[in-house]
Unconditional design. Structure first.
Length: 220
């Protein structure tokens, strides 16, 4: 994860806290709040980028499509499939179906590898606010259903605290984004948050990478 800016914001807040925690409290809070928002954004982007690496390698390494879970195909085309589902007029439905067939039919086969790069933006669409359960559901788009158990085995005693911190980060970020001026953390708590989220990202990379290597292809 790219955390240089997050660390910088936290260090500035910490320096101000040491200088004058009372008179500079509003500035301290502002820097800590910014660090939390940026940390959450980086976590969301990291999960998406991890998925993008997998999608790219599935194509580059010519992974046989028979290895992919059924839901994987749905997420490739879900924007167009939802349009079809919500269209009842026969003429409009036929027009949209032709559009779907012209654009996405090459993806929909179990034979051989994918003939063209996968649509990353369309596949990732809908993933935001990276709560733990939403991240688990995101990896399930690939057919990876053991993320929770694998992560628990890797993190052992730290698992519950780590998952709780992920959800706490996203919840805190959402409160800040929605204008709750009372929501903040002191620099020391932000530091702990950064370290735990960084360890979580590393563990996620390890378990997802291992699953991909066993079931699809290597991604690193």
């Amino acid at each position: 994860m790219r955390l240089d800016e997050v660390h910088l914001l936290r260090r500035v807040a910490s320096a101000k806290e040491k200088r004058d925690p009372v008179n500079l409290r509003h500035e301290i809070n502002a820097f800590c709040r910014a660090a939390i928002v940026l940390l959450c954004a980086h976590l969301e982007d990291y999960i998406k980028e991890l998925g993008e690496v997998a999608l790219t390698n599935i194509t580059v390494r010519s992974v046989p499509r028979v290895r992919l879970a059924d839901q994987f195909y749905y997420h490739i085309s879900k924007d167009m499939l939802r349009v079809l589902k919500d269209t009842s007029d026969p003429e409009k439905l036929a027009t949209k179906l032709f559009t779907f067939l012209n654009s996405d039919l090459p993806y929909w086969s179990r034979a051989g590898p994918f003939p063209q790069p996968l649509p990353v933006d369309r596949f990732n669409k809908g993933f935001s606010n990276p709560f733990f359960e939403k991240t688990r559901a995101y990896f399930n788009r690939f057919g990876y259903s053991d993320y929770k158990g694998d992560l628990a085995r890797l993190l052992t005693a730290k698992y519950n605290a780590t998952v709780n911190m992920v959800d706490h980060l996203v919840d805190t970020r959402n409160k800040i984004a929605h204008g709750d001026l009372t929501t903040t953390k002191p620099p020391a708590d932000v530091k702990d948050m950064i370290l735990i989220i960084q360890a979580y990202a590393g563990a996620t990379d390890a378990v997802f990478g291992s699953w991909c290597k066993t079931n699809l292809c290597t991604i690193r």
